[in-house]
Ligand binder design. Structure first.
Ligand code: PEP
Ligand code: MN
Length: 335
């Protein structure tokens, strides 16, 4: 739509789309409002819209993902969580333990990561573990500790939602819902995430191509939730010295293909704490909007992912480096 299009003109276009049996998606930007069309089978006759008042351009999108593509919206999307903007100038740090293990543990980590400039506290309460005998998370009790710690230290909360049954409970305690790598292809979970009014952080699947990942994001957007943050967390390759291969190609590529913000998780991406700092810095150089980093006060005692968790002092080294290198890549990191 023209940048001066009125609300009435937008409504006329949306009504026209509905009358054809399709769904309009209003995607606001600072330069203009785009109205995406989904539900059409085959090519849309552009002459249906070009002459409507307020319409400035009709752009056919040939990619299989549409609403999340740069073709629909040229400007970067900024996902807002309170005062925080993810995808903006500030490099957003999401940090915390792999799992919430106790009230004391999450309180201690929250206080520390806050002092180091983190804005979002992470911690799993519902854990998707490879073995059914491994620690499965504290569930609702963990969510309560996470929320309490976040409130006390003025942080947002990101935590994983594993299934549709627990989605509204997890949403009650969190600011961002994480869809984990193992669930990236869980289409009913993606659709449910698209219907909830909360930002979603969508991790890349263990063996997902970038196109499949963007299609998973499209599932969420297709249901009307456009507040999506992508998270590159490494993919499975033949390499065995690292847990995964962190695919930093994905960062500039996704920036080119999509308007969504992208953050990088060097903890799961490498599986080794000593690789986390260099890969976090490389992620910033590649253009990431933020980082997701596992931090534990005593990694040797962690109930999950201790090997890849940073000790507080190593996390402090990382944040000091981020503060210094950020400006070289047009990002600020404030401690
Ligand atoms: C996690 O963030 O702890 C997690 C399980 O991540 P992923 O889904 O990327 O393995
Ligand atoms: Mn983990």
């Amino acid at each position: 739509m023209d940048k001066n299009a009125t609300d009435e003109q937008i409504e006329v276009v949306e009504e026209k789309i509905r009358s054809l049996g399709w769904t309009p998606h209003e995607i606001p930007g600072s330069l203009r409002i785009a109205i995406g069309i989904t539900g059409n089978r085959g090519v849309v006759d552009q002459s249906l819209f070009t002459n409507l008042p307020g319409v400035s351009d009709c752009i056919p999108v040939s990619k299989p993902y549409k609403l999340v593509s740069r073709d629909v919206k040229r400007e970067d999307t900024v996902v807002h969580v309170g005062k925080l903007g993810i995808g903006d100038k500030d490099l957003v740090m999401m940090a915390g333990p792999c799992s919430v293990e106790s009230r004391d543990q999450i309180m201690e980590v929250a206080e520390f990561v806050k002092s180091q400039g983190a804005k979002i506290l992470r911690g799993g309460a519902y854990k998707p573990r490879t073995s059914p005998y491994s620690f499965q998370g504290l569930k609702e009790e963990g969510l309560k500790y996470l929320r309490e710690a976040a409130e006390k230290f003025d942080l947002g909360v990101v935590t994983e939602v594993k299934d549709t049954e627990t989605m509204s409970l997890v949403a009650d305690y969190s600011d961002i819902l994480q869809i984990g790598a193992r669930n990236m292809h869980n289409f009913s979970l993606l659709e449910a995430a698209g219907r909830i009014k909360k930002p979603i952080m969508l991790k890349r699947g263990l063996a997902a191509t970038i196109e499949e990942w963007l299609m998973a994001a499209e599932y969420i957007a297709s249901q009307g939730n456009y507040d999506i943050i992508l998270c590159e967390r490494g993919i499975r390759t033949f390499e065995t010295y690292t847990r995964n291969t962190l695919d930093l190609n994905a960062v500039p590529l996704v920036k080119h293909l999509s308007h969504l913000p992208i953050i990088v998780d060097p903890s799961h991406g490498t599986g080794s704490w000593d690789l986390v700092v260099p890969m976090a810095l490389a992620a910033v150089a590649a253009g990431a909007d933020g980082l997701l980093v596992e931090v534990h006060p005593h990694p040797e005692k962690a109930l999950s992912d201790g090997k890849q968790s940073l000790r507080p002092e190593t996390f402090a080294e990382l944040t000091e480096k981020l503060r210094r290198i950020g400006p070289a890549f047009n990002k600020t990191y404030m401690i």
